[in-house]
Design a protein around this ligand. Structure first.
Ligand code: FES
Length: 103
């Protein structure tokens, strides 16, 4: 899927995250002090919805087993043995709209 508009910047205030559904994909948009990021919604551990977790700074914490991920890179910051990172997507802002490059 090409570059896709996923939200208005105003829909995701600083310090907040928002779940959006694009076709079959669930994407989480994060506003970290005014910079926007995006990732898959599914936790790489056992599949919880990260949109139901907690965002602090640039780290989202999963609601189930509390693994944390850096939303800027997808790296797991709480478990060095995590089998795979969170999938993150290139995100840009243009004209007050949030655009994500989806696979
Ligand atoms: S499902 Fe997210 S940490 Fe286990």
């Amino acid at each position: 899927m090409p570059r896709t508009r996923v939200a208005a910047v105003a829909d995701v205030p600083p310090g907040h995250m928002r779940l959006v559904v694009i076709g079959q994909q669930k994407i989480v948009i994060y506003n970290c002090s005014g910079t926007l990021y995006a990732s898959e919604n599914t936790c790489p551990h056992l599949g919880a919805a990260l949109s139901e977790g907690v965002l602090i700074g640039t780290e989202v914490t999963c609601p189930w087993h509390h693994w944390s991920f850096d939303v800027t890179t997808g790296a797991c910051t709480s478990n060095p043995l995590a089998p795979k990172p969170l999938t993150v997507f290139p995100t840009t802002v243009e004209g007050g709209e949030v655009w994500v490059d989806l696979p």
